[in-house]
Design a protein around this ligand. Structure first.
Ligand code: ARG
Length: 471
């Protein structure tokens, strides 16, 4: 291990100790990349076993290395391991400790390997584990939404466009919209995982190695599908992180949109839902307040998660092949983004599970704003055989009349209606309630309660089957 000598000889003689401290400060990554320790040790184990099988190191050295790595793993996990900044990163911290523990054999572990393929391998294992956790959390979120959708399949609420009442929908339908988004989010993570799952180990510094290594063996041992085909590419690219961060950013955007709705809906002005005490906070000065802090924070997390993606895109964009130290800047934003998307998902699942819709308030609002005007126009088309454009015009006049009289559409009299379109009959009233409106929208993917119930149950079954497989 030459760490101390490195930092001191580079700066020490000419600049004194000040710059050496700064050099160490800018260069060292162990303050954050220690989090890779378990993956680093797994990678080293696989590498050492392969070196033994290939006759590159002796079986005795292999055993000593394995035992030493076990000791180090235990030390890190029980908090007795001493990390040193002068050893730069997690890889050299572990290797230095291994040398203290087992002597010379430690130096053989790094045969046919470089920190460049090592760090790419460790980080892939880290991101892969994060993807698997996020997938399970997305599934939990979907389950919470699907359960709500079954329960409230027939609960009408206003559907909005431009945040203006558009047509009545059901709360269950709204929940299922987010289930679909989460399904695509999971798909994006799975796609990223598939492409990520090639092992960089054995690419060495950039060009491969002259030792007779078996890259298939280490790839299999670490759960990769195959070794990465090009050694330069294997150590030089971080698209697996970018892609996963892109998936995380889109997920965060989806969570943020729902969080925004929860914030709006929980205001006294909307009054559509009540968030549980567990996910609300009070105000220290205004006793009446129940603030939706968790939803607001989920909404805000999008900033740092999308920020991590932007940050790494900019780090990567001008880098010549192969490894450059710039790439050490890949970790902190990514660690932060994955930790926070996990937290946001847990918070959203908790909020969805606990929230209570105010069914009456939703229904009242669903009928406001002439939300069944489209149903009226559709009736004119269907029953009177008029072209939709004309029906739209007639309906517009009826809406203006109702507005003038300060009445909802279904409170107009038949005489009122006939003064604008003489052919209208009493039958029109059958389509003007919100209940009949949602019930009529039974087209595929539409908001009809029977549709919603069926879809929600389908999701419940699918998610339960998946969960059983996971456990
Ligand atoms: N700490 C480094 C990183 O995170 C490890 C790789 C260093 N490789 C090198 N040749 N300096 O990128």
């Amino acid at each position: 291990m030459t760490e101390k000598k490195n930092s001191n000889t580079m700066w020490g003689g000419r600049f004194g100790s000040g710059p050496a401290t700064i050099m160490e400060q800018i260069n060292a990554s162990v303050d954050f990349d220690w989090q890779l320790y378990a993956h680093d040790i797994a990678g080293s184990r696989a590498h050492a076993e392969m070196l033994v099988v290939q006759g590159i190191i002796s079986a005795e050295d292999g055993t000593r290395i394995a035992e030493g790595l076990n000791t180090i793993l235990a030390e890190i996990e029980n908090g007795t391991f001493e990390f040193s900044r002068s050893l730069e990163d997690i890889h050299m911290n572990i290797e230095a400790r291994l040398a203290t523990l087992i002597g010379d054999a430690a130096g053989r572990l790094h045969t046919a390997r470089s920190r460049n393929d090592q760090v790419a391998t460790d980080f892939k294992l880290y991101v892969r584990a994060a993807i698997d956790r996020i997938d399970a959390l997305l599934a939990d979120y979907q389950s919470a939404l699907a359960d709500k959708a079954v329960k409230f399949a027939g609960t009408v609420m206003p559907g909005f466009t431009h945040l203006q009442s558009a047509q009545p929908v059901t709360f269950g339908h709204h929940c299922l919209a987010y289930v679909e988004m989460a399904a695509r989010d999971r798909g994006r993570f799975q796609d990223a995982r598939k492409r990520l799952n090639e092992s960089p180990l054995g690419a060495a510094a950039l060009a491969g190695t002259s030792f007779p290594i078996d890259r298939d063996m280490t790839a299999t041992a670490l759960g990769f599908d195959r070794p990465a085909a090009n050694s330069l590419d294997a150590v030089a690219d971080r698209d697996f992180v970018l892609e996963s961060l892109a998936a995380a950013s889109i997920t965060a955007i989806h969570l943020s949109r729902y969080a925004e709705e929860l914030v709006l809906w929980s205001t006294p002005q909307f009054g559509f839902i009540r968030l549980s005490d567990q996910f609300s906070t009070g105000s220290s000065i205004m006793p009446q307040k129940r603030n939706p802090d968790a939803a607001e924070l989920v909404r805000a997390k999008t900033g740092r998660i999308a920020g991590a993606l932007t940050s790494l895109m900019i780090v990567m964009k001008g880098l010549p092949l192969a490894y450059s130290k710039d790439m050490q800047e890949d970790k902190e934003p990514a660690f932060d983004a994955f930790a926070n998307i996990e937290l946001a998902l847990k918070a959203m699942t908790g909020m969805v599970t606990d929230l209570e819709p105010d069914v009456k308030a939703m229904k009242r609002a669903a009928g406001a704003g002439f939300a069944t005007a489209t149903d009226l126009a559709d009736w004119i088309v269907r029953v009177l055989g008029k072209p939709f454009r004309e029906a739209h015009h007639i309906t517009g006049e009826l809406v203006a009349m109702a507005e003038g009289l300060n009445l909802p559409l279904h409170r107009l009299t038949i005489e009122d209606m006939q003064s604008i379109e003489p052919a209208i009959t009493d039958d029109i009233f059958s389509v003007l309630t919100v209940a009949s409106s949602v019930k009529s929208r039974a087209s595929l993917g539409g908001t009809a309660p029977a549709n919603v119930r069926k879809q929600a149950k389908k999701w419940q079954t699918k998610l339960a089957r998946e969960a059983a497989k996971r456990n």
